[in-house]
Design a protein around this ligand. Structure first.
Ligand code: UDP
Length: 324
């Protein structure tokens, strides 16, 4: 099959492309290299079935051309990372909403299937653990920039479902939970690569707030597997699916585990939120997916154990730091 992957030079995108090329599919990537990078796809550029264009998902004529050339579009291009969102809210809202609109609109003429990458952020501050796809969402005030991201992705979901209902575009929505693995950068505030780098460099590991807040970390390879199985499942069309592990860990415990795996003696430093983030930021205490719907649809859920995931990230960071 021929896949068009927006954001293909990003973290999840590059793992998806690697997998597609390995199994013999053809891939066209569109990436503006804002948070993605050529390094992520350097191992693919010489492959015959791999093509890439540098550009934005908001470039409608270009997106139309590439959607038409492919059998399936996987729309991963988005503004990501809580730091970026708080610092550049206009960019976040515009990139996320206009990019998705452009992809969906391009898919109408030939009724091409589209997978939309969404996020567990859309559950907002919900305390109904675990999060089910059909549960209510609870977003914070418009005065907190963080929620602009959640809201933009929720609008992406509504747009996708509306395009399916009204214009017949087959869509699948993937709500990715904290997805981690090699090649994820710590530059935009993501916790695991940040902790791994700090531990390996003997710097203090910075735990924000009390460290009692928790997350569930899923391996990017599992996320890619789930996404590709959904694409092959006709019943998944029109569905919204949580994609994430349900193994929960507090951020303080995560810091301790990273330190152990890295064999580091870095101290753990508790950093108050006011110091860690710009004003307008609000963290959430727990975020756990209910994996039942995904499991029912494809017979699979992300379940690589946390320790193995941390090992993978630490190994990657160790070899990356040795190169710089
Ligand atoms: N976090 C932390 N130290 C860091 C970066 C993040 O303690 O250096 C915390 C952050 O406040 C949050 C959790 O780790 O509670 C996960 O943060 P991340 O940005 O990776 O993802 P998200 O907030 O979107 O779940």
């Amino acid at each position: 099959m021929k896949f068009f992957v927006t954001g293909g030079a990003g973290f999840i995108g590059s793992h998806l492309c690697t997998r597609l090329i390995e199994r013999g599919d053809e891939v066209i990537v569109l990436d503006d290299l804002s948070t993605g990078s050529m390094d992520n796809i350097a191992h693919l550029t010489s492959r015959e079935r791999f093509h890439y264009r540098v550009g934005c998902a908001t470039d409608r004529p270009l997106v139309k051309e590439l959607v038409d050339r492919a059998d399936v579009t996987i729309h991963l291009a988005a503004a990501v990372g809580v730091r970026l969102i708080v610092e550049r809210p206009v960019h976040t809202i515009e990139t996320n909403v206009q990019g998705t609109e452009s992809v969906l609109d391009a898919a109408v003429a030939k009724q091409k299937p589209v997978v939309i990458a969404s996020t567990s952020e859309v559950y907002g501050k919900s305390t109904q653990i675990p999060f089910r796809e059909d549960a209510d969402i609870t977003l914070g005030s418009t005065m907190n920039s963080r929620w602009a991201y959640a809201c933009s992705k929720a609008l992406d979901e509504w747009l996708a479902l509306a395009y399916q209902r009204e214009k017949g575009v087959p869509v699948i929505i993937c709500r990715f939970f904290n997805t981690v693995g090699p090649r994820q950068t710590g530059r935009y505030g993501m916790v695991l690569p940040t902790f791994a780098q700090q531990a390996l460099q003997g710097e203090a590991i910075t735990v924000f707030g009390t460290g009692e807040q928790s997350r569930c970390f899923g391996h990017v390879k599992d996320a890619v597997e789930a996404l590709l199985r959904l694409v092959e499942t006709p019943e998944a069309v029109g569905g919204v699916f949580n994609i994430g592990s349900d193994e929960e860990v507090s951020i303080l415990r995560l810091a301790e585990m990273v330190r152990e795996v890295a064999g580091s003696d870095s101290p753990i430093r508790m950093v108050p939120y006011e110091e860690a983030y710009a004003e307008g930021f609000e963290d959430m205490l727990r975020r756990v997916p209910d994996p039942a719907k995904l499991l029912g649809a494809i017979g699979f859920k992300p379940s690589t154990p946390l320790e193995a995931i941390i090992r993978d990230v630490v190994d990657y960071e160790r070899s990356r730091l040795a190169r710089v």
